[in-house]
Design a protein around this ligand. Structure first.
Ligand SMILES: [Zn+2]
Ligand SMILES: [Zn+2]
Length: 126
């Protein structure tokens, strides 16, 4: 039996519509638009359940706080803004990464992270 609370439905929708990986605090802020009384502890609990169920994964980017995203997303990479610490999805991948591995090595996965400033931080700095 699948038991969905209203909180889980709202939080699930936040993940579904997110354009970039979100921190628990960002997820909570977004979900509060629909459920103003939502607490951060509930958000953490729901995230843990989503991860256990395989619907959401933790995004592990060096230098970034833990972010989460839907597992329905295709292969992609990230841009970490060093000013506002937000993570953004990159579109596409780099060709030829596998050719960097020494002869005879088998590449199974790769991570690419770009670091810098996002468009709004660049504008603010001008
Ligand atoms: Zn930024
Ligand atoms: Zn890639």
């Amino acid at each position: 039996m699948i038991y969905l609370t209203q909180q889980k439905l709202v939080l699930g929708a936040v993940f579904e519509h997110a354009k970039r990986p979100l921190t628990p605090v960002e997820i909570c802020e977004e979900a509060r638009k629909k459920l103003p009384s939502l607490g951060i502890a509930t958000v953490y609990r729901a995230i843990k359940q989503f991860v256990d169920e395989g619907q959401v994964r933790a995004v592990d980017v060096p230098g970034a706080a833990p972010h989460y995203e839907s597992t329905a997303r295709h292969h992609h990479h990230f841009f970490l803004c060093q000013q506002c610490k937000r993570l953004f999805d990159l579109i596409g991948c780099v060709r030829g990464v596998k050719s960097l591995a020494p002869n005879g090595f088998r590449v199974k996965q790769h991570e690419i992270v770009l670091y810098g400033e996002c468009a709004s931080c660049v504008t603010e700095g001008e």
